[in-house]
Design a protein. Structure first.
Length: 73
């Protein structure tokens, strides 16, 4: 599954906010939890329909929004 299939947009769902795989789980909520030191494992326990790849897609989306350039070692 690509980023485009994991991060979805439906103007009639969740106030038009980006969601994870058309579920009512907003990308912003996942990012906020990660920012508050909630571990991915805890998030997955709280949201059993989520997958680790969903959380990674949220982070990848945030990085793209921040327009960070990739560092090459």
């Amino acid at each position: 599954m690509t980023l485009e299939t994991r991060i979805t947009y439906n103007p009639l769902q969740c106030g038009g906010k980006l969601c994870v795989r058309n579920m009512r789980i907003r990308v912003s909520n996942i990012l906020q939890m990660l920012g508050e030191d909630v571990s991915p494992e805890e998030i997955l326990q709280d949201f059993p329909d989520l997958e680790l790849l969903d959380i990674q897609a949220c982070l990848k989306y945030a990085a793209r929004c921040a327009n960070l350039e990739r560092l090459v070692a």
